[in-house]
Design a protein around this ligand. Structure first.
Ligand code: HEC
Length: 265
């Protein structure tokens, strides 16, 4: 084999192997089947509901340390295009979204990062584990996982919080949406991948019907997915312009080629 062929095999094989290893590591977390979240990032009403649920039910513990309140509001449709003035948005954020105050009692400003009040030390004491920031969870876990996680809490008296989770074994988080969803019991655990998903049955119904709860969870998942990559919302539009530009540029290049060669033939 000549040296250059060997070199090419090497160049092609190494990335393939690295991708293979990464793929198998990533896949290992999905041994329990997850449900499809079917989120829609263009559904601004859903994103807005998701943001509202998040600040009400999750931000007591979880932060979104890369997002700012006002940028988030703008992205999810609370902006001039939809008839919201800057003052409207500021009032809305101050009244409905921002619940944190500094040590002098002053409310967190609308341009600040979405950090919560829970210190890592207090969290470690309360839950025996740190409370993760959820900025990138939409990407690291994926939307289907988050959706299944929020639907997968079941009663388990052996756990400190009284609950366990079908996709996150021995989870340290309490079932904060328990009053909405109700409380479920595990019928049988998934025994290996081929025995189907774990089966949960409702033992104490919550305030919402199953369909209503799914919708709440889908909205939260949608919001967390947006948060994990805010540029997703504009990327699709930019993509179309890029393709149009390339088509146009191709035409220009063809004309230019003709122009350059016309005297030679
Ligand atoms: C009372 C505090 C508390 C509240 C409120 C709370 N969580 Fe959690 N959450 C935790 C803790 C603690 C963990 C870490 C669990 C562990 O590591 O065992 C966690 C973990 C998670 C994870 C897994 C992160 C990962 O990648 O490992 C997700 C997703 C999550 N929470 C979403 C939410 C959402 C959505 C809400 C609101 C509906 C919420 N949490 C409300 C305490 C809380």
């Amino acid at each position: 084999m000549s040296n250059s062929i060997r070199k090419w095999i090497f160049v092609l094989l190494v990335p393939a192997m690295v991708l293979g290893i990464l793929g198998s590591v990533g896949g290992a977390g999905h041994s329990v089947p997850v449900q499809a979240a079917n989120i829609d990032l263009h559904d601004t009403a859903s994103l807005q509901r998701g943001a509202k649920y998040f600040v009400n039910y999750c931000m007591g513990c979880h932060s979104l340390k890369f997002s700012r309140y006002n940028r988030m509001a703008e992205d999810i449709g609370l902006n001039a295009d939809n008839g919201f003035s800057e003052d409207d948005v500021a009032t809305l954020l101050k009244e409905d979204v921002i619940f944190t105050y500094d040590e002098y009692g002053k409310q967190t400003k609308i341009g600040e990062l979405m950090k919560n009040a829970y210190s890592p030390k207090a969290a470690a004491e309360a839950f025996g584990t740190s409370v993760p920031d959820l900025s990138l969870t939409g990407r690291s876990r994926g939307s289907d996982w988050i959706y299944s996680y929020l639907k997968g809490f079941y009663l388990d008296p052996s756990r400190p919080m009284g609950v366990n989770n079908t996709v996150f074994k021995d989870v340290g988080m309490p079932h904060v949406l328990g009053n909405l969803q109700g409380w479920q019991k595990l019928e049988h655990a998934a025994e290996g991948e081929h025995h189907g998903a774990p089966k949960l049955t409702m033992v104490k119904p919550g305030k919402l019907s199953a369909a209503e709860y799914d919708k709440v969870v889908r909205d939260i998942t949608n919001f967390l997915s947006y948060v994990s990559e805010p540029a997703q919302l504009s990327r699709y539009t930019i993509g179309i312009f890029v393709i149009l530009f390339l088509i146009l540029f191709f035409g220009v290049s063809l004309l230019l080629e003709k122009e350059y060669w016309k005297d030679i033939h």
